[in-house]
Write a protein that binds this ligand. Structure first.
Ligand code: NAG
Ligand code: NAG
Ligand code: NAG
Ligand code: NAG
Ligand code: NAG
Ligand code: NAG
Ligand code: NAG
Ligand code: NAG
Ligand code: NAG
Ligand code: NAG
Ligand code: NAG
Length: 473
C-alpha cells in the first residue's frame, strides 16, 4: 500500500514535471499513529492519549485569566537509534534479514515488503546514528511527516501562538550539550525568530558528570544511581511474548532464525523507521497483545531505572522540580518564558519527583490494569514536553501542567480555573513533596560540584557554551 502510493506520487511528480517536494507528505504515507502509544518512548510525538472519550480538558488559557509565566522542559525530537541499538539493528538486517531468499519472500505474510524495489532499509550505514531526523537526513526526505526537525518547528509555532505575550525581545533557551537536543532547541528557536522579533540566546549546558545539579541532566553526576534497582521484578516478568514472536516469524519464513532478542529489536526497527522514514512496514508484524506486553515490559524497567521505583530518582528529579518552583517564587526579571531541552530520562526523573504518575505503590511483574499508571510510552515519546503554566485570574494566581498537549492535573489540586491549582496550595504541594526526598547532593554523593541549579538566573554572567557531543551521557 505504502509503496504503491509512493510510486504513484513519484510518477505524478515526474509526469507533471513538478518537484516531488511540493507533494503533501501526508498523501504518501498511511497513518500508523495508533501504534505510537506502544513503542516504549521511541515513537514520534503524540498527545498524551486521554482521548476525546475521557475527561479531556481544554488546554486554552481560561477566559479572564492572564498568563504570567510559562516553563517548558522538553525532550529532543524524533531521532535515529543510538549507537547501541542502531549497530545491533544494522547487524540484524545484514546477517539475517537481507540474506532471506527474495523468491521465498514473495508470498510471505510478514516480510514481503522486502522484495518491493521501493523499500529501502532506513539505516544503509551507521552515519546517522544518534542524530535528530531532519528533512535532509530522512530516508524519504520531505515525505517524512515525523522528522524531529518538523516536530520542533511545529512546537515552536504552537508556542508562539499560545505564549507570545511572554516571549519578549530577548530570550535565552537552554539545552543540554547533546547534538540532537541542541538541534531541537535550534529548530524550536527558528520558529520563535520567524514569527516574533525576539532575539534568541542559546545556552548550552554540559552533560558531563562534573556539572552536579547545575544542568538539564543532573542524573549524569549521580554516582549512586544504579539501573539494577528492581531487577528481580523485571526479570520475573514473563517475556515469552518475544520467543513466541520469533517462533511465529521463523515458522512462516524459510531460512529465518530469529532469537528472542532479535524479536525485541523488531520493535525498535518499527519505531525508528517511522522516525526516519515516516512509515515502517515492520510495524504490521506485531499483534496487539505483543505491543501491549512490549510496552508494559518497558514501563516496568523504566519505572525502576528512571522512575519512582529507583531509590535515587526522586532526589535527581527534585533538581528540576525545585528549580521550577523557585522560578515561580523568584522569577528572573528579564524574561518570563523558561525553556530547557534535554533527554527522556531526565524528564522521567523530574516527573517522578513531581509525582504525576506515582501512586506510592511499586509496580510488580504482573500485567494488569491496576499496575499501569506508569505508561512511559505516553509520558516521553520523541519531542515530549512538560509545560507549566502560571496565570492570574481575578486576584489569585494559578498553576497548571500541560504534558504532551493534555492538561494533567496537579495531584489533589485542580479546583482552579481550567483545572489549575491555586498557587499557595501548589507551594504546599511542592514543599511536602520536596521535604520527603533526600537532598540531591547527599543522595548522589555530589561533593565538589554545584548542589543546586542556577543557570536560569546566572546565564548572563556565566554564558554556558559547552561543546556538543554526539552520544548522550
Ligand atoms: C559504525 O560501524 C563501524 C563498523 O562496525 C564501527 O567501527 C563504528 O564505530 C560505527 N560507528 C558508529 C557511529 O556507530
Ligand atoms: C517586528 O518589528 C517590526 C519593526 O519594528 C514591526 O513592524 C513588526 O510588527 C514586529 N513584529 C512582531 C511580530 O512583533
Ligand atoms: C507453522 O506454519 C504452518 C504452515 O504455515 C502452520 O500450519 C502452523 O500452525 C505454524 N506453527 C506455528 C507454531 O506457528
Ligand atoms: C538457529 O540459531 C540457534 C542459535 O542462535 C541455533 O542453535 C539453531 O541451530 C539455529 N537453527 C537453524 C534452523 O538454523
Ligand atoms: C530548592 O532550591 C533553592 C534555591 O536554589 C534551595 O535554597 C533549596 O535548598 C532547594 N530545596 C531543595 C529541597 O532542594
Ligand atoms: C501487582 O500490583 C497490582 C497493582 O498494585 C496489585 O493489584 C496486584 O495485587 C499485584 N500483584 C502481585 C502478584 O503482587
Ligand atoms: C480583588 O481585586 C479588586 C481590584 O481588581 C479589588 O477591588 C478587590 O478588593 C480585591 N479582592 C480581594 C479579596 O482582595
Ligand atoms: C491526595 O489526597 C489523598 C487523600 O487526602 C491522600 O491519601 C493522597 O496521599 C494525596 N496524594 C498526593 C499525591 O498528595
Ligand atoms: C514520602 O515518601 C515515602 C517513601 O517513598 C512514601 O511512603 C510517602 O507516601 C511519601 N509522603 C508524601 C507526603 O509524599
Ligand atoms: C562519595 O564520593 C567520594 C569521592 O568523592 C568517595 O570517596 C566516597 O566513597 C563516596 N561515597 C559513597 C557512599 O559512594
Ligand atoms: C558567550 O559565548 C559566546 C560563544 O562563545 C560568545 O559568542 C558571546 O560573545 C559570549 N557572550 C558573552 C556575553 O560573554
Amino acid at each position: 500500500m505504502y509503496t504503491q502510493l509512493l510510486t504513484a506520487v513519484v510518477a505524478g511528480a515526474i509526469a507533471s514535471a513538478s518537484p516531488l517536494y511540493s507533494t503533501s507528505p501526508s498523501e504518501a504515507t498511511p497513518d500508523q499513529s495508533e501504534l505510537f502509544p506502544f513503542l516504549a518512548g521511541a515513537a514520534p510525538y503524540f498527545e498524551y492519549p486521554l482521548g476525546s472519550n475521557y475527561y479531556k480538558m481544554n488546554t486554552e488559557i481560561p477566559d479572564s485569566c492572564n498568563l504570567k509565566q510559562v516553563q517548558v522542559f522538553a525532550r529532543h525530537g524524533e531521532r535515529f537509534p543510538s549507537k547501541g541499538t542502531g549497530n545491533k539493528l544494522i547487524e540484524l538486517y545484514k546477517n539475517k534479514i537481507s540474506k532471506l531468499s527474495k523468491k521465498d519472500l514473495a508470498d510471505n505474510k510478514y516480510f514481503s515488503f522486502l522484495v518491493d524495489p521501493a523499500y529501502e532499509f532506513f539505516l544503509p550505514d551507521n552515519s546517522t546514528l544518534e542524530l535528530e531526523t531532519t528533512t535532509e537526513n530522512s530516508i524519504t526526505g520531505p515525505l517524512n511527516d515525523y522528522s524531529g526537525e518538523r516536530t520542533a518547528l511545529k512546537f515552536g509555532n504552537e508556542f508562539v501562538d499560545k505564549y507570545s505575550s511572554l516571549i519578549g525581545d530577548k530570550l535565552p533557551i537552554f539545552t543540554s550539550s547533546n547534538k540532537r537536543v541542541y538541534d531541537t532547541a535550534v529548530n524550536f528557536a527558528k520558529s520563535l525568530s520567524k514569527y516574533t522579533n525576539v532575539s534568541i540566546d542559546i545556552q548550552i549546558l554540559s552533560e558531563s558528570e562534573n556539572e552536579g545539579a547545575n544542568s538539564m541532566t543532573p542524573a549524569a553526576s549521580c554516582s549512586t544511581w544504579s539501573d539494577s534497582d528492581g531487577s528481580e521484578v523485571i526479570e520475573a516478568f514473563d517475556d515469552s511474548y518475544l520467543s513466541n514472536l520469533a517462533a511465529r516469524l521463523n515458522n512462516a519464513t524459510k531460512g529465518l532464525n530469529l532469537t528472542s532478542s532479535d524479536a525485541n529489536m523488531l520493535f525498535s526497527w518499527c519505531a525508528y523507521e517511522i522516525n526516519a522514514a515516516g512509515y515502517s512496514p515492520v510495524c504490521d508484524i506485531f499483534t496487539q497483545e505483543e505491543l501491549i506486553l512490549y510496552a508494559y515490559h518497558d514501563d516496568l524497567s523504566s519505572f525502576y531505572s528512571d522512575g519512582p521505583g529507583n531509590t535515587v530518582v526522586k532526589p535527581i528529579g527534585s533538581v528540576l522540580f525545585n528549580a521550577s518552583t523557585t522560578l515561580l517564587k523568584n522569577p528572573p526579571s528579564e524574561y518570563k518564558a523558561y525553556i530547557g531541552f534535554t533527554h527522556d530520562t531526565d524528564m522521567q526523573n523530574m516527573m517522578a519527583a513531581v509525582g504525576l504518575f506515582d501512586t506510592g505503590v511499586m509496580m510488580n511483574s504482573t500485567f494488569e490494569y491496576r499496575n499501569t499508571i506508569y505508561k512511559k510510552s505516553w509520558m516521553t515519546p520523541m519531542g515530549a514536553r512538560f509545560v507549566l503554566e502560571n496565570f492570574d485570574c481575578g486576584n489569585s494566581s494559578y498553576v497548571r501542567y500541560v504534558i504532551n498537549d493534555e492538561v494533567l492535573t496537579v495531584p489533589n489540586c485542580s479546583s482552579g480555573p481550567g483545572f489549575s491549582c491555586e498557587i499557595n496550595d501548589y507551594y504546599k504541594y511542592t514543599e511536602e513533596r520536596l521535604a520527603n526526598v533526600t537532598d540531591y547532593a547527599t543522595a548522589c554523593n555530589v561533593t565538589d560540584a554545584p548542589g543546586h541549579l542556577s543557570f536560569f538566573w546566572d546565564y548572563q554572567s556565566k554564558n554556558y557554551t559547552a561543546p556538543l557531543n554526539l552520544g548522550a551521557y
